[in-house]
Design a protein around this ligand. Structure first.
Ligand SMILES: CC(=O)SCCNC(=O)CCNC(=O)[C@H](O)C(C)(C)COP(=O)(O)OP(=O)(O)OC[C@H]1O[C@@H](n2cnc3c(N)ncnc32)[C@H](O)[C@@H]1OP(=O)(O)O
Length: 171
């Protein structure tokens, strides 16, 4: 299968924060942002694999900065590493200042998607070739994050998580 780059899967979703999507402090409701990120990640995973994709895991999300009502929010998603049937999707979330138009980073998130056939069985996907320094850094760390996710899900024994162990032994 021919390799694809993170840029091939790049997906950008820009939308407003409406009153129905806010919490009592008039900031974007966390679940709404999770849903927007799930949609962006799902499109990125589909662009990479060109298959049906399902969310397997939300690996990391941190709400570092509140996003006020009326903000313009952009979610940028790219596949950061492809394994056999699973893909890590790395997302950067930006908020645009109304007056200056400048974008500031509000959040980062990492989701795992799996490509499946019509019966829901995992299928092989093309490899990923990172190009930029940031893409290479995210690619390198993705195996460690996959192992952590599998250990937390009870799908891998900690003793088999070689990359995770190396992190502690070598630091
Ligand atoms: C409640 C909701 O709304 S869920 C949201 C929508 N998502 C869904 O409906 C998905 C439901 N889940 C599923 O269909 C299945 O669990 C699947 C397809 C995700 C995985 O199926 P499994 O039978 O576990 O398949 P299998 O063990 O072969 O794993 C497939 C791949 O997923 C990876 N994987 C499975 N679980 C995880 C996890 N928690 N974290 C990271 N990777 C995972 C495996 O490592 C494997 O990767 P690889 O092929 O690249 O090496």
């Amino acid at each position: 299968m021919q390799a694809r780059t993170p840029e091939d899967s790049k997906t950008t979703l820009t939308d407003l924060v409406l009153p129905s999507e806010t919490n009592p402090l008039n900031n974007l409701f966390g679940g709404e942002l999770l849903a927007r990120m799930d949609r962006a990640a799902s499109i990125a995973a589909r662009r990479h694999s060109r298959r049906i994709v399902v969310t397997a895991s939300v690996n990391h999300v941190a709400f570092n900065k509140a996003v006020p009502l009326g903000s313009v929010v952009t979610v940028e998603a790219k596949v950061s590493r492809a394994f056999k049937s699973s893909m890590e999707i790395y997302m950067d979330v930006w908020v645009e200042d109304r007056e200056s138009g400048e974008r500031s980073k509000a959040n980062e998130a990492i989701y795992t998607f799996v490509a499946v056939d019509e019966t829901g069985t995992p299928v092989a996907i093309p490899p990923l070739e990172p190009e930029t320094e940031l893409e290479k850094k995210r690619y390198e760390a993705a195996l460690r994050r996959k192992q952590l996710s599998l250990v937390l899900a009870g799908k891998m024994k900690p003793s088999e998580a070689t990359e995770l162990k190396a992190l502690f032994v070598n630091s």
